[in-house]
Design a protein around this ligand. Structure first.
Ligand code: NAP
Length: 310
């Protein structure tokens, strides 16, 4: 691959930004990558492990000469960062982000984007339950989707360039409208996370009764919930606070289906349960056929445990 942007600035140096840095370096997509994180501790760690060519003391300093600025902070922090860097952005550059919710980020960041700067929001559907500057790895985005959510009047050249950049980091790229993105992610990611948090919370209550059997026998299915429920509390708090409507809609439907299954169990309606589980099994097959997971037993744990889409 060749250079797509001369200089890239990564604001926030956690799981996603560090994975981006290693993926950029793997494919030579930029000549210089600068970085900034809120705490001195994270900046120090970044310098120690060689994360970014230059770690800066302020966000402004990091973005000063950048051709692409990517906001990689929790959703709730995007607005303040955008306001802070707004006055030093070069003309004609692109600002993007990696936030897991798109409408709220667009509303928060757009007012701070100068007229001569392109804002092309994005969301890589890849992540793990780990966070921080040391959790990233170059292959995180390989064969995972990255959704670009450009505004209607966005510059096509800027979209194409950002698309080439994400493809260079290993992603498949698609475009989507912000509200549709938030609904799709409520189904595929946000509601499942809330359900996992709930299930682990319930089991934690139960554990007090059954000693440590829940943990001991967790491989029977519970273990997979615990991995999802170990995800970063700040990130997920922000996801639910900013994608309220879509998440609540999906959870409403979930509750209805749960009641229907509860009734089927109570009434010993085996046909209902069998038909339902047959339908869900075919969804799993579709995911494997689309290359988004392997067909290995135990949910492909060894190959894919660290790369589930979020
Ligand atoms: P992370 O590992 O927790 O890292 C977050 C980074 O943002 C840290 O460097 C942190 O700095 C910095 N930060 C936090 N609050 C800040 C503030 N108020 N001002 C400035 N910097 C601040 O997070 P992540 O998993 O990379 O997630 C980053 C973004 O990617 C989020 O918007 C999330 O929605 C999105 N995303 C995450 C995943 C996933 O699975 N994790 C997947 C796709 C997209 P300190 O270390 O100094 O606190």
């Amino acid at each position: 691959m060749s250079v797509v942007y001369e200089r890239v600035a990564l604001i926030g140096l956690g799981l996603i930004a560090s994975s981006m840095f290693w993926a950029i370096k793997r494919s030579g997509l930029a000549n210089e990558v600068t970085g900034f994180a809120r705490s001195a501790e994270t900046r120090q760690t970044a310098r120690r492990i060689g994360l970014c060519d230059r770690v800066c003391e302020t966000a402004k300093e990091a973005v000063e000469d950048a051709d692409l600025v990517v906001l990689c902070v929790p959703i709730g922090a995007m607005e303040a960062i955008a306001k802070d860097i707004s006055s030093v952005l070069k003309q004609g550059i692109t600002v993007s982000d990696v936030g897991s919710v798109k409408r709220a980020v667009i509303d928060a960041v757009t007012p701070s984007i100068p007229n001569n700067v392109h804002f092309i929001p994005a969301h890589p559907l890849a992540g793990t339950e780990h966070s921080g500057p040391e959790s990233g790895f170059a292959s995180l985005f390989d064969n995972r989707w990255c959704l670009l959510v450009p505004p209607e009047d966005a510059d096509q050249g800027a979209i194409d360039k950002l698309s080439a950049f994400w493809q260079g980091m290993g992603s498949n790229v698609d475009q989507m409208d912000a509200d549709h993105h938030d609904l799709v992610l409520a189904v595929t990611s946000h509601a499942p996370h809330l359900i996992a948090y709930t299930m682990v919370g319930v089991a934690d209550d139960l554990r007090r009764v059954t000693d440590n059997e829940v943990i001991k026998y967790s491989a029977a299915g519970f273990r997979d919930f615990t991995r999802i429920a170990a995800s970063d509390p700040t990130m997920w708090r922000d996801v639910f606070l900013t994608n309220k409507e879509a998440t609540l809609e999906i959870l409403g439907r979930f509750t209805e289906e749960l009641f229907a299954l509860q009734r089927a169990i109570r009434q010993s309606d085996g046909d209902h349960l069998y038909d339902y589980f047959t339908r869900t099994r075919s969804i799993r097959r579709g995911i494997v056929e689309a290359g988004q997971d392997t067909d290995q037993p135990d949910f492909g744990r060894s190959a894919n445990a660290d790369r589930d889409g979020k």
